[in-house]
Design a protein around this ligand. Sequence first.
Ligand SMILES: [Zn+2]
Ligand SMILES: [Zn+2]
Length: 133
Amino acid sequence: MTAVSLEAPCPRHPENAAEELCIRCGSFACSACIVDRQGDRYCVDCARRLPPLGGSWYSIIAGILSFLSLGCAPLGLVAIVLAGIDLTMISAGRKWGRQGVSLDLLAIGLSLVGILLGALILYRAMNGQIGEV
Ligand SMILES: [Zn+2]
Ligand SMILES: [Zn+2]
């Protein structure tokens, strides 16, 4: 057997020796229990309690909506910047957690407002043109 650096059994698998420490709670975990999250090693319990990975889906939705609203109102530009910041943070491996999600939701909200404003302006412009003809 190879030497094990941590002379303690895994709390979940007493037959396995612990190989790593959870960086969040510091509890022992064997290779079957350790969960890798963007290079950070967590125990199963902590991995389950962590927020979903940076809300990356929200950033993608925010980005798409931002592009849609870009032609409508300058708010779209703000939304793109927000979504961009969040995506950069995720790719850089920063753990934003809920903060990142709220940033994305803000970007989505701004995009929706931008689309609504743009649609309203377009609608009014079209009505005005029709009225003049
Ligand atoms: Zn833990
Ligand atoms: Zn284990």
